[in-house]
Design a protein around this ligand. Structure first.
Ligand code: URA
Length: 430
């Protein structure tokens, strides 16, 4: 087989067969296919799409590029959750310990920031000392001991996703239903789980801006689940504004802990409870979503989920100072408020603008090897539908220096709209 012919075939819109897909995946992981050849192929997939059979073959080949966990019996059902990516989406951090406290085991392989969206691994790594590059054996041990842990794609664990994910981030090839489907499900299925709940984000702060695209992504995810015999449930939720009141790596960890303390923003709490209840339903531990919600809310209210989170973080080497308001996480030296230019009702606080601004502040990557600044980001004081007064702070920016802060405030104010007419707050569940 020949990579140039495969790229040309996809460029011309023809479907690739299973052998060709495996040849590309294995060859790329082995370093025999270069980044520039893979980038060309990925762009051809973005432009020409893939058939259902191709998506299944790609998911399978990526999943089998590394080890597949064998966590074994002796605990609750193995069920995970993933998000297709948003701004301010720190739900995985909150949800994992809650789901474990509700009786599930959650071997979570997550991703880094992708495009303008944040990534669970980057958020977690703002905790000093915390390691997400776990070896397979250690990963399995942590799930056995603590019910769950947060890990990354490595050279042993879905290496194909590790390499392709980084490349997509730096080459404008994220936005593709086949590539998102294979990326998410190869990671999740390599965990040896029996089911996964996927939060499909929809809106301007998501890869799927329109409801019909979000529905197509849901169908693609569920189709691959059916073909590969693993339960996949999808929920479509709004990403028309940033989730919660913080966006940026360390700021989101602080907010996640606040939700685990029962103090966090309502949208984060509601979404956590819904997704945990979907997981419990998929795992057969509850019969109704309402029953699941009650169990999830109880795990938070009793403080058990926070304690579990702390134990998992410590087991992964992380140092969280729960007595400190900032948890001992890095803080940015400069903060600047973004003030309302007029009075009225907040009609838009654009999540995509915020995600791009965070990337520019250094909280995301422009190139594959860029270092992340964990401390930069935004705190959000007003949400869509809230009344605001001229001069009132809508958000503040956390930046490395004055110039970056001023630029980010200006950029974000361009993503704000205030109108006289009343604005209803957006529905979270679509
Ligand atoms: N999350 C992933 O893991 N992969 C994608 O492509 C998008 C979101």
């Amino acid at each position: 087989m020949n990579i140039i012919e495969i790229i040309s075939k996809k460029r011309d819109g023809a479907p690739l067969n299973e052998g060709e897909i495996r040849y590309v995946t294995d060859g790329f992981v082995a370093g025999e296919i270069t980044d520039y050849q893979m980038s060309a192929l990925l762009m051809a997939v973005v432009l020409n799409g893939m058939t259902g059979r191709e998506i299944v073959a790609l998911t399978q080949a990526m999943m089998e590029s590394g080890t597949i966990f064998d966590i074994g019996p002796g605990g609750g059902p193995l069920i995970d959750k993933h998000s297709t990516g948003g701004v301010g989406d720190k739900i995985s951090l909150i949800l994992l310990p809650v789901a474990v406290e509700c009786g599930l085991r959650v071997p979570m392989i997550s991703g880094r920031g992708l495009g303008f969206t944040g990534g669970t691994l980057d958020k977690l790594e703002s905790i000093p000392g915390l390691v997400t590059d776990l070896e397979t054996g250690r990963f399995e041990e942590l799930v056995k001991e603590l019910g769950g842990c947060f890990g990354a794609q490595t050279d042993d664990i879905v290496p194909a996703d590790k390499k392709i994910y980084r490349l997509r981030d730096a080459t404008g090839t994220v936005q593709s239903i086949p590539l998102i489907t294979a990326s998410i499900l190869s990671k999740k299925f390599a965990e040896g789980i029996s089911g996964v709940v996927i939060d499909v984000k929809c809106g301007n702060g998501a890869f799927m801006r329109r409801a019909e695209d979000a529905r197509m992504l849901s169908e693609s995810l569920e189709m691959v689940g059916r073909e590969m015999g693993i339960g996949v449930s999808t929920v479509i939720t709004s990403m028309e504004q940033p989730l919660g009141s913080a966006a940026g790596n360390a700021l989101e960890v602080i907010e996640a802990v606040s939700v685990l303390r029962g103090e966090g923003p309502e949208d984060c709490l509601e979404l956590t409870n819904l997704l945990v209840s979907e997981m419990l339903l998929l795992g057969g531990l509850v019969e109704t979503l309402e029953e699941g919600r009650v169990r999830s809310a109880d795990a938070i209210a009793t403080g058990r989920a926070l304690e579990r989170f702390h134990r998992i973080v410590e087991a992964q080497g992380g140092e969280l100072d729960l007595s400190d308001a900032d948890l001992g996480l890095p803080r940015a030296p400069v903060t600047r408020p973004g003030r309302a230019p007029r009075s009225g009702n907040l009609a838009m606080i654009d999540p995509r603008t915020m995600g791009e601004a965070i990337r520019e502040l250094g909280g995301g990557r422009m190139r594959m090897d860029d270092e992340i600044d964990p401390a930069v980001g935004f705190r959000i004081f007003k949400k869509k539908g809230d009344p605001v007064l001229e001069g009132e702070a809508i958000f503040d920016v956390h930046a490395r220096n004055d110039l970056d802060a001023e630029r980010a405030v200006r950029r974000m104010l361009g993503g704000i709209s205030i109108i006289d007419e009343p604005v209803s707050s957006p529905q979270l569940f679509l």
